[in-house]
Design a protein around this ligand. Structure first.
Ligand code: SAH
Ligand code: SF4
Length: 371
């Protein structure tokens, strides 16, 4: 059985070609699944009964299994989704006055093991499929519509989720094929029809995959920088040992030729006593001098067992001022959903680690703190 959530436009076209049906059927079905958000083939009432029966023999619509659904005092809502074999991933809805953003996961866990990240500390189990990635957006839209969400754009007939960020669990560029198929569904006018500017992929910097994304499906780009020199970044973001800063920044410049926005967003997590002095800020400003960019400073969010502290507010403000004085637009990310552990880097889900990460962490106790 094919899960219709697993198919981008090309996949749906192939399915209908196999059934000997006209290509427009693929678009019709895409509307039913991704715009009218139906949960079964039977509901597609403008397909003939015979076609519905034939389709139902080969295809289903199989959305995520929700384990929990929690709303924070600030309206941020987090879903825990069972992805089988003891794994679960999280997605987070962040309501704002002029948009609804969904932060989605791309992997069960993450193999890249950044020093400050809860997902990384959980280890890695597997890549999510396209159906599991697209299913997050499909489910969130359905749930919000079912709850009768009252926002102006829904009253005008648009979907509740207007922006998608791949900033949940996992490194999206390490799950390239499924992530690119999912991006295509997000952008497809016959599916979610989001503009490239409203879909942001955040990466810790897998350079070859970033070059491929530039060719295949450029969307808005956020890069997790976190340090302005290689020795420090090697410790915080271990993938830097493979793709050091000079290579990463060169890839960002290449990406900008094709990107829907004319800047890269650099994310920078603020860690007390690790990467947060004004000297660090000056070094950082010098490093990215030639890259059109904005900075988003993320006060580090704690999670159990982490031996790190978030920078004091005054130091974050001084860091921001140094970058602004050097001419960079710099925002400080507002922490959302803290009371339900839905803030950046707190998404842990449930991961049956296959990397023996926990044993390594235990052996290296102390060495994993970023000092
Ligand atoms: N793997 C991708 C996307 C997921 S993480 C990446 O690393 O970019 C999304 C963002 O949250 C990244 O910038 C990441 O560095 C940051 N982050 C991770 N753990 C955090 C924490 N505990 N507090 C604040 N930000 C965190
Ligand atoms: Fe993976 Fe991103 Fe967490 Fe690093 S910060 S461990 S790349 S999810």
């Amino acid at each position: 059985m094919t899960n219709l959530l697993d198919l981008d436009a090309a996949g749906l076209a192939a399915l209908f070609a196999d059934l000997g049906e006209k290509p427009f059927r693929a678009k019709q079905v895409s509307h039913w699944v991704h715009q009218r958000l139906v949960g079964e083939v039977e509901a597609m009432t403008d397909l003939s009964r015979t076609l519905r029966e034939r389709l139902a023999m080969v295809a289903t619509i199989c959305g995520p299994i929700v384990v929990s659904d929690t709303t924070a005092t600030d309206g941020t809502r987090k879903w825990l989704l069972d992805v089988g074999a003891g794994n679960a991933v999280e997605m987070v809805y962040i309501p704002e006055d002029d948009r609804g953003t969904l932060c989605i996961s791309s992997q069960a866990g993450c193999a890249l093991d950044c020093a400050f990240c809860s997902t990384g500390k959980q280890g890695f189990n597997r890549n999510l499929t396209t159906a599991e990635i697209v299913g997050q957006l499909w489910h969130a839209n359905r749930a919000l519509v079912a709850d009768g969400i009252a926002v102006p754009w829904v009253e005008q007939g648009r979907a509740p989720i207007t922006n998608v960020v791949l900033m949940g669990m996992g490194e999206p560029l390490a799950n390239y094929d499924s992530v690119v198929s999912s991006l295509r569904v997000f952008l497809d006018d016959n599916a979610y029809g989001l503009s490239r500017r409203r879909v942001t992929l955040s990466t810790s910097g897998l350079v070859p995959a970033l070059d491929r994304l530039r060719e295949d499906c450029p969307v808005a780009l956020a890069v997790s920088l976190h340090a302005g020199n290689d020795p420090l970044r090697d410790r915080l973001v271990p993938i830097n040992r493979k793709y050091p800063l000079a290579q990463l920044l060169a890839a960002c410049l290449r990406y900008l030729d094709r990107a829907p926005r004319d800047f890269v967003t650099f994310e920078y997590v603020m860690l007390d006593g690790v990467n947060d002095t004004t000297d660090h800020a000056r070094e950082l400003a010098g490093l990215v001098r030639d890259v059109p960019c904005k900075f988003n400073l993320i006060p580090w969010n704690p999670f159990p067992g982490a031996a790190l502290r978030t920078s004091p507010r005054a130091r974050i403000l001084a860091f921001q001022k140094t970058l602004m004085d050097a001419g960079f637009v710099t925002t400080i990310r507002k922490t959302r959903g803290e009371d339900i552990d839905a803030a950046c880097g707190q998404l842990a889900g449930r991961v049956q680690d296959r990397t023996k990460r926990r044993i390594r962490i235990h052996d290296a106790a102390g060495a994993t703190t970023a000092h």
